[in-house]
Ligand binder design. Structure first.
Ligand code: SAH
Length: 401
């Protein structure tokens, strides 16, 4: 091993190294020994050596004195600096997994902490990469990350979609722009043999939700010949795939005009205009209108945005999930399939099912849970960081009581 590198030390209080040693990567501000290493001496994004109270280094990380998560560990030990070469190494390890999982280069390439790059998300759309940075420490490395991506993948474009709300907590600016390559050309996601046009600047998050791919694969045996409702359809991920699996009729519903227009184009380009429609409406209003009109679907898919963004919103948010699922059940056929999801990491898996069950009893229905859904393996879960296990869902059969 080469000799260790010098970084300013960030000292932890006694005992506050335990979580890091157990595998976690975060240091909260109240765990720092501010007498030995005053936080005010650091600028957002400074690279530091994270050191326990005995003076033993745990590893190299980065700090943000303005954030509740004051530091994140990037590499254990002091042998390796946090630089482009480390990022290249981590990208190659991440890439090896995705190349084994998928025949084509369309996937989440880096899932933050789970891939050893806390604060960084990268999605790959063939020869285009769309990245999202959520911390000052990663923002500081942006050029090194761009260089590392170019070295590992030689992409046509790298986009930075740095407009996530949580950036405000790190006091980072909001922007979405090209980071490498030339403007122009189309960005597409490929999934299940279909092609979806993606907008790397104006879209949601990085432009596409690869986390549901394997769950959408699982639609095949439930939708053939059926009437399907895809609520919160965004670009039509679920609904268009249901159409391709032979659904008789699919309605994709989203509140965003841009998403509905893009979905209509995706329906056309996949040759499904005879079966799949996109319409703009608020989900709750639309479900109520369908209920009043006594419309019925064989399969209802509910894949909403996160209703619980902060822990303190749990009560209100979990009620919203319950209300939504009740409305979904009210437009289901007598023996119907409900696909229900939550991407809020503050919504426990069991709480989602409990809400569905309570709603079912309220409506005098019986529910059978058939399949439990989770994020795909290109979004690996870090076992020590529960926040990385965020997507949950169920495929349920709903019957009269
Ligand atoms: N199901 C999608 C992802 C959904 S993202 C997929 O598989 O890719 C959340 C979507 O919900 C966004 O497109 C957003 O425009 C839409 N949305 C948010 N609030 C809504 C509401 N009240 N009614 C309908 N759509 C809404």
């Amino acid at each position: 091993m080469s000799e260790s590198i010098e970084y300013p030390a960030l000292y932890l209080k006694r005992g506050e190294d335990a979580r890091l040693r157990a595998g976690h990567l975060w240091v909260f501000s109240n765990e720092i020994d501010v007498a030995r290493s005053p936080l005010g001496e650091f600028a957002p994004g400074d690279v530091v050596a994270i050191v326990d109270h005995r003076g033993k280094a745990i590893g190299v990380g980065y700090v943000n004195p303005n954030s509740l998560i004051a530091a994140r560990l990037v590499v254990r030990g002091l042998e390796h600096p946090f630089d482009r070469s480390l990022i290249v190494h981590r990208l190659n390890i991440a890439l090896a997994l995705r190349q084994q999982l998928y025949a084509e280069p369309y996937y989440r390439l880096v899932f933050g902490e789970s891939d050893g790059l806390p604060g960084l998300t990268l999605d790959r759309f063939g020869d285009v990469v769309v990245g999202q940075i959520t911390t000052a420490g990663m923002e500081r490395q942006k050029d090194a990350i761009t260089d590392a991506i170019v070295k590992v993948l030689a992409p046509r474009q790298v986009w930075w979609k740095n407009d996530a709300g949580i950036r405000a907590m790190e006091q980072l600016p909001m922007y979405a722009d090209l980071g490498h390559g030339e403007y122009g050309g189309e960005v597409v996601a490929k999934e299940g043999g279909l092609v979806f046009g993606v907008d790397p600047v104006g879209g949601q998050k990085t432009g596409w939700f690869y986390d549901q791919r394997e769950n959408r694969d699982g639609l095949a045996r439930f939708v053939t010949g059926k009437r399907v409702l895809d609520m919160f359809s965004y670009l039509g991920g679920w609904g268009i795939r249901a159409g391709a699996y032979g659904a008789r009729e699919v309605d994709c519903v989203d509140a965003s005009a841009a998403a509905v227009e893009a979905t209509a184009r995706n329906i056309e380009r996949n040759g499904l205009a005879n079966r799949v429609k996109a319409l703009r409406a608020d989900a709750f209003d639309h479900l109520k209108a369908l209920r009043e009109a006594r419309e019925r679907y064989d399969v209802v898919i509910l894949d909403p945005p996160a209703f619980i963004k902060r822990r303190k919103d749990f009560k209100e948010g979990s009620l919203a999930y319950r209300r939504l699922n009740e409305l979904g059940m009210q437009v289901l056929a007598r023996d119907g399939i409900l696909v229900t999801c939550s991407c809020s990491h503050h919504m426990p898996r069991q709480a989602l099912l409990d809400g569905v069950q309570q709603g079912a009893r309220h409506l005098d229905r019986q529910v059978q849970m058939l399949v439990s859904l989770q994020q795909g393996p290109d979004h690996p879960v870090h076992p020590a960081i529960p926040e990385t296990d965020y997507l949950k869902g169920y495929i349920l059969r709903v019957l009269p009581a």
